[in-house]
Design a protein around this ligand. Sequence first.
Ligand code: BTN
Length: 323
Amino acid sequence: MDTTRNRLIRVLQEHEGAYVSGQYLSDQLGISRAAIWKHMKALEADGYEIDAVPRKGYQVRQSPDKLSKNTLNWQLDTSWIGRKIIFEKEIDSTQMLAKALADQGAAHGTVVLADKQTSGKGTKGRSWHSPAGTGIWMSLIIRPEFGPREAAQLTLAAAVALTRAFRKEGIDAEIKWPNDIYLNEKKLAGILTEMQAEQDYIHHIVLGIGININQKEKDLPPDIRDKATSLHIETQKEWKRQELIHLIWKELESVYAHYTKAGFASIREEWMQLASRLGRRVKVTTPTAIFEAVFQGIGAEGELLLEKTDGLTQRIYSAELEW
Ligand code: BTN
């Protein structure tokens, strides 16, 4: 929905680095100058730093890291992801709300985001620690034109998009099969894909993404401290979540467009380039067996390729890898 606040943000953004007069804003938005002033106060409450100078007008000096619908709209230039944003300060799980909204018909590209989750969900029924103010916890609703057989490939594609975004920021992240993102041998981000489908038709997919951003070591639960990490722990920097979110959305759009036009083959190669442990020995756990093999990458459909001790290549669709 194109609210007045969103339109105001867009006008200010178009004039970034310059003052915009109250009169101009009032003409553009069709509201009084007093109403403009009220909106500016609301933006300040959201953490924007705004210069208000008599006879010159308003200028945004800095957008905040505080996540809100406003800050997420600031400088957003995606074409479909995040055109509708549902932001909650605290929620049980963005995944659960996104699934409920998708059931009610929420549009392709809708994103549910929260500053904190009290009951974050991981894969395989695990929980996902999601404290306030330090991570990116979001669920994207996708209504694909492809069928359920391809849904697993979408998860692999999403891992490529995430890793690409990190690499653009100079972070040497890697994909750990199938779709965890690792940095310096520790888990930085995870993806949870859930789908509502019939045999050959997908109603919707909810792509849940959790990324540890500004947690310090002591903020991670003790039982995962040796396995998990955050961008802050690895770089000693404070990261602006909103900028990363936009970058990730852009990369997701780009990978999705590629995938839907050119098929999985175009993504597969990049996945292999970004994957960790390629050509190395790994411990494989499937629902029925545990064995060692050499990780050869993924096949044309996104299946796992493993070279067993007899030299033969085995194709597996569901397995955990450890090393
Ligand atoms: C994993 O176990 O690796 C997947 C973790 C996915 C966590 C994200 S955070 C946003 C979304 N909401 C949830 O409850 N889970 C996903």
